[in-house]
Each structure stands twice: as C-alpha cells, then as structure tokens.
Design a protein. Structure first.
Length: 307
C-alpha cells in the first residue's frame, strides 16, 4: 500500500470534467480511430538517420534566454525520434526523460508529453522526449517497443551535449509509465533479453497513472486487451515475454502519481508499487497528470527538487 505524501481534502468533480473524462476514455480505448495529425501516430518529420539531428527553432526560457531544441533520431524508423531540449548555460545538466503512453498502440506520440517537457526544461534540466514503434507500426510491439525505449535512453551516451548521465530521471505516463519502470530495471534482465546491459540507468522513475502489473492488466483485459496486443498473447501463451517486459525491482526511487478518478488505468495499479512514494489527487483523471498547471505536476516537481 502506498501512502500519499500529503493528505488532500476531497473535492467534487464538475459535470464538465466528467464529460471530458468520458471523451478521453473513448479516445484512448478505441482501436483504429485516427486522431488529429499530432496524435495520429504518423511520423512528424522525415527520418534522416540517427546521426543527422536537425535543429528546431529555439524557444524562450527564463529571463528571456533561449532554450535549444534538437530533433534527433536514435534509429532508422520514422518513429525512432524525439526532441532534446537544452536549457541555456554551460552544464552539464541533469536529464529528465519522458515516455508517452497510449496502451503501446499506434495513434499516439511524444506530443502527449510536450507540455511537461517544456515546463521541465525551463527549470534547468535537459529533457529527452521521444517516440517509439508501437503496435500497428512496422516492428512495433514485442520486442521492438522495448528495444526502442532501451535504444532511446542509451542514445544519450553518444551525444555531444552537456548531459550529466549520472543524474537521469524518467517520467512515463500510462503505458509509458510501465516502460519507464521497465527502463529502470533493465539491469535485472538476462543476457540476450531485449534491453539488457543498459548504458543509461535512471536513479528515479515518475510513474504517472502507470500500468504497473502486466499480469493483472491482462487478466482484467485493461484497455481492451492492450497487454495481450503488446506482448502477442496472455501470460500462459507467451510467458517468457511477460518475464522480460514486467518491471523487476530496481534501486531506482519510484514516485507513483495517480488521480483517484482515473477511468482508464485504475489507481489500484499504482498500489502495486510496493515502497513507492505516492502523489495522489481525489478527483484527478488519467490526463490531469499531463497538465503542467495541475497540482499533481506541481507536487511532482517539489518531490524532484525542481519547483
């Protein structure tokens, strides 16, 4: 059982918020429905190879200083790409990695985490917000999705950027929360497993409304069979895939962030993170954790020392 860091009074959800949750739930759990261009799962830029970064227009950071944004590829697929945001200054800077969710399915991309990445870089850290091949993309699902997450993290070691790779935090939402927990536990994988022998090991994971327990999620048919779609079957059918994909205990600090009004991933999933710190909200929804103005994110920043 996880204890909330701070007890919060119960608030009542407004009717308009109920409608918002309903439509968001439909968007997340309906397979085969294309969203707007930024959410369609289609590549947002033409891949030019892992060694050919492109520089996006800079944005304005604190005190009018510029934040540099680099579009980088860590593989040859159009989905093996992300945005590296570098704050002004000399560095080296701590790194906060963002992994988006979407039940491991095509139709979502790193833009889900853009608002949080932009907020974090303004607090003096480098952010790495990347996409990956998902179910429905060529090579997505098991093992490609796991291989992409591992490759995206390890890609940081080859960059000529002012990064402190001894100070890495991973923030993941929903299925991305599972991938963040898995990324922190890669050292426990067996030789030859997808993602084994990590070059980058995060010291902290922020699991936002995360799918923590793949076995329970499969048993409950979470997301309309999302886990089975990701791994290619149930635990009895592909047991070794569940062994590899299930996050194992690690030395990382884990912060579970969840709204009690989450209708997509039940808050009971976060309760399975034994020993984790908890940041909860009585009326928070599945997507409130992605709002940089929401109390859940503000409390997360406080826990990370970035407020």
């Amino acid at each position: 059982m996880i204890r909330d860091r701070v007890l919060r009074p119960i608030r009542f959800l407004q009717p308009s918020a109920v409608l918002l949750v309903f439509f968001a739930l439909v968007a997340c759990t309906t397979a085969g429905v294309d969203g707007p261009p930024a959410m369609s799962g289609q590549p947002t830029a033409t891949a030019t190879g892992a060694t050919s970064p492109s520089t996006s227009p800079s944005t304005t950071g604190p005190a009018g200083r510029e934040i540099r944004v680099e579009r980088l590829w860590y593989g040859e697929s159009p989905w093996q790409a992300g945005n590296l945001r570098v704050p002004p200054g000399v560095g080296p800077f701590p790194v906060v990695v963002f992994i988006h969710g979407g039940f491991w399915r095509a139709g979502f991309n790193e833009t889900l985490m853009t608002a949080l990445a932009e907020d974090a870089v303004g607090r003096g850290v480098v952010t790495w917000n990347f996409d990956y091949r998902a179910v429905g993309h060529p090579g997505g699902g098991y093992p490609g999705t796991l291989e992409d997450v591992a490759a995206a993290l390890d890609h940081l070691t080859g960059l000529d950027e002012p990064l402190d790779l001894g100070d890495v935090i991973v923030v993941g939402h929903s299925a991305g929360g599972h991938l963040a927990l898995w990324a922190a536990s890669r050292s426990g994988l067996e030789p030859g497993d997808p993602g084994s022998d990590p070059a980058v090991v995060p010291h902290t994971v922020v699991a936002q409304a995360a799918v923590v327990d793949l076995y329970t999620a499969a048993d409950k048919n979470l997301g309309g069979g999302a886990v089975q779609g990701f791994l290619g079957g149930g635990p009895d059918e592909v047991p070794d895939r569940y062994r590899v994909a299930a996050p194992s205990p690690s030395n990382a600090r884990v912060i579970a962030v969840h709204g009690r009004y989450d209708l997509v991933v039940p808050i009971g999933q976060s309760d399975r993170l034994v020993g984790a710190e908890g940041i909860f909200d009585d009326t928070g929804t599945h997507f409130d954790v992605l709002d940089p103005t929401h109390d859940l994110w503000r409390r997360t920043l406080e826990a990370l020392g970035l407020s």
